[in-house]
Design a protein around this ligand. Structure first.
Ligand code: URP
Ligand code: ZN
Ligand code: ZN
Length: 481
């Protein structure tokens, strides 16, 4: 009888805490042994010259969100649901995804969560959790639904400071933050000043400035900087940690750095598009600029340098894709035609599959940070922040055998034709990266190997999340408690 279901032998194992040459023994989907030499595997994967890394966690992606109502850009279809989205993520070395269960105004939060479970069940190749999007914080949502949902393993939620259909007032955000504080949940904030960007949008449209590049003009850095500052202020007043999502550039990063220096418990995320694209990419001819339209928009080279520095020095905790799978065709970005105002173009771009390889290549291979930091940004920190550590995000005895075996030398030219999502473009077309995951294990199953899909659709399991970490205990004794 074999001692292990599987042994990964001869590889270099890296976690956020260190690098070691050791074998990994896996049984029943879990890591059961780590030792210099292990034998007795029913199967063995030779990982010589390979890096054996915790599978990535993409903690910010949008899948199968129904056509948004009440948005100028509404009606565009998300091309990826849980099947193609998780498949694509897996080929890029990601083994856990955390998309959103979006509450529409007037809808109960429980109903929104149940709806997204239906969308995921039977479809995902990967394990998944959900962040909730709270767009209607009624007394019932705050007083009854959220307490029950947090208890049931939905411990993070996102609120928006923009988008007509989702924007919350400062007062509503304070109510959500105070509830999160009571429940020990983590609030993620999309920080853009809705009034300012709406005013700018109307001015631009009145002047006939409607091409994709004006999307960036309508949402300048100041729009994000002000909202980031306000989000931090609201969190300070409510005395609760927050995570600022998809930080695009220098001035927002500066706000976060200042807040952290003041001892506030602010977490932050950025995304590959802000590291690689600039505002100039929105000015590509033939409407191609729409491919790079996301909110907040990409900035400039100076901002990219600030974000890289922040990834290195701990300003940022996680790198997520913000995968928003709108196709370039008439079902997605071109839904309202190529002459449509930027206001009507669906926001967001795809990136589940390219996220980790870009971080590895531009981070580790380019010498910006070491492999431990890569693991922290790629998986360990997200697992901790969203309450699934150490089951996910590390290679340790007892953890799920979610492992990506990387060839650190392999050079890949990113071509949409080779990706596994259902979007008809990638904003990173033609970019060469070094390092790619060759074999990807989810709970011990080799779901992708050598570019071939072996996983079974629907095998992914829902993850109940525990309390986010670290949540510094509330100070107590506040004037408002
Ligand atoms: O443009 C973006 N980021 N679209 C996705 C939705 C969001 O706000 O994250
Ligand atoms: Zn957002
Ligand atoms: Zn998003």
């Amino acid at each position: 009888m074999s001692t292990f279901d599987l042994v990964i032998s001869g590889g270099t194992v890296a976690t956020a805490g260190g690098v070691t040459r050791c074998d990994v023994g896996i049984t029943g989907g879990r890591i059961v042994a780590l030792a210099e030499r292990l034998t007795g595997g029913e199967r063995t994967i030779d990982a010589t010259h390979r890096l054996v890394l915790p599978g990535g966690i993409d903690a910010h992606c949008h899948l199968d969100q129904p056509r948004a109502k009440g948005l100028a850009s509404g009606g565009a279809i998300m091309a990826d649901g849980f099947e193609t989205g998780s498949r694509s993520a897996a080929f890029g070395g990601t083994t856990t995804i955390i998309p959103f269960a979006v509450q529409h105004r007037g809808q109960s939060l429980r109903a929104a969560v149940a709806d997204y479970h239906q969308r995921a069940t039977g479809n995902s190749y990967l394990d998944y959790a959900f962040h909730m999007v709270v767009s209607d914080p009624t007394a019932a949502v705050l007083g009854q639904e959220l307490p029950a949902l947090v208890k049931a393993g939905y411990t993070s939620l996102k609120v928006y400071m923009t988008y007509e259909a989702m924007v919350l007032s400062d007062r509503q955000i304070l109510d959500v933050l105070a509830t999160a504080r009571d429940l020990g949940a983590l609030v993620m904030i999309h920080a853009e000043n809705f009034e300012c960007l709406t005013w700018l949008t109307e001015r631009l449209e009145a002047a006939g400035k409607t091409e994709p590049k004006y999307h960036a003009t309508s949402r300048p850095m100041a729009v994000e900087r002000e909202a980031t500052h306000r989000a931090i202020t609201l969190a300070e007043i409510a005395d609760v940690p927050i995570l600022i999502v998809h930080v695009s550039g220098r001035e927002a990063a500066d706000e976060i750095r200042r807040a952290k220096a003041r001892g506030l418990n602010i977490r932050a995320e950025t995304c590959p598009q802000y590291l690689l694209l600039t505002e100039a990419d929105l000015d590509l001819p033939d409407f191609e600029g729409a491919k790079c339209m996301c909110s907040p928009p990409p900035r400039d080279k100076a901002s990219q340098a600030v974000l890289w520095q922040g990834l290195k020095d701990g300003l940022f905790d996680i790198l997520s894709s913000d995968h928003a799978p709108y196709r370039f065709d008439a079902g997605g970005k071109k839904l309202h035609g190529m002459k449509a105002s930027f206001r009507k173009v669906a926001n967001g771009l795809p990136g589940l599959e390219t996220r980790a390889p870009i971080l590895f290549s531009e981070g580790v291979v380019a010498g910006r940070f070491d492999i431990e930091r890569f693991v922290a940004l790629n998986s360990a920190n997200a697992a901790k922040i969203y309450g699934i550590y150490p089951r996910k995000g590390t290679i340790a005895v007892g953890a799920d055998a979610d492992i990506a075996i990387w060839d650190p030398e392999k050079k890949v030219v990113i071509r949409n034709a080779d990706l596994h999502h259902n979007v008809d473009y990638t904003p990173f077309e033609g970019m060469t990266v070094q390092g790619w995951p060759i074999t990807v294990l989810s709970r011990g199953d080799a779901i992708c190997d050598g570019g071939v899909l072996h996983g079974v659709k629907g095998r992914g399991q829902f993850l109940e999340c525990g309390p986010p970490e670290p949540v510094t205990p509330p100070k107590g004794g506040l004037a408002w408690t």
